[in-house]
Design a protein around this ligand. Structure first.
Ligand code: SF4
Length: 179
């Protein structure tokens, strides 16, 4: 293959200071073991959605069977649609995305790790939620290979890279079939 596969990544993991508190979550294992093998696409859905850096923290809440993203300190601030829209835009803009490396527990980027709170945010009701950006992305790409910062051991990274290469080959052969 001429080009390396395109892999999205929560940009705070690459050392970009984009978190709500103005800090980053640099992960050397990602940069050492994954970055040389793929084309990394660092994205911060919350900054892309115009939420600013730093910004007020957001929690996911469950209300009438729906998951919404609301300000922790300003519960009237609802950024649900903004974060879902970012996922849809990224899916449309990068149809050749072959994988994603995620920051766990984030209301935008977490997958199966994000705390879900009750409606008034007084109590966490579960801790296996999906961030809204990722939820929207996976609607477009249900089989997208994912890895998060809790899974940066060599075995998990190797399995992720294999899945990424397989997806890249599948996308390449689909495109090849059109010629
Ligand atoms: S939205 Fe995602 S990329 Fe941005 S700081 Fe939060 S976890 Fe990192």
């Amino acid at each position: 293959m001429s080009e390396q596969p395109l892999v999205g990544i929560s940009s705070c993991l690459t050392g970009m200071a984009v978190r709500y508190d103005g800090r980053h979550k640099y992960q050397s294992a990602v940069m050492a073991a994954i970055a040389p093998k793929v084309r990394l696409l660092p994205l911060c859905p919350e900054s892309m959605a115009g939420m600013g850096i730093p910004r007020g923290p957001v929690n996911l809440i469950e209300q009438r069977g729906q998951i919404r993203a609301r300000g922790r300190d300003d519960p009237e601030r609802d950024v649900t649609e903004r974060l879902l829209t970012m996922g849809r835009i990224v899916a449309r803009t990068y149809p050749d995305l072959c994988g994603y490396v995620l920051q766990s527990r984030s209301p935008s980027c977490g997958f199966g790790s994000t705390p879900i709170w009750n409606a008034d945010q007084s109590q966490m009701i579960r801790s296996d939620g999906h961030g809204l950006f990722v939820s929207a992305l996976l609607k477009a790409f249900p089989d997208l290979p994912l890895l998060d910062d809790r899974q940066l051991d060599p075995g998990s990274i190797a399995r992720f890279l294999t899945a990424v290469r397989e997806r890249a080959e599948a996308i390449g052969s689909r495109h090849g079939g059109n010629h």
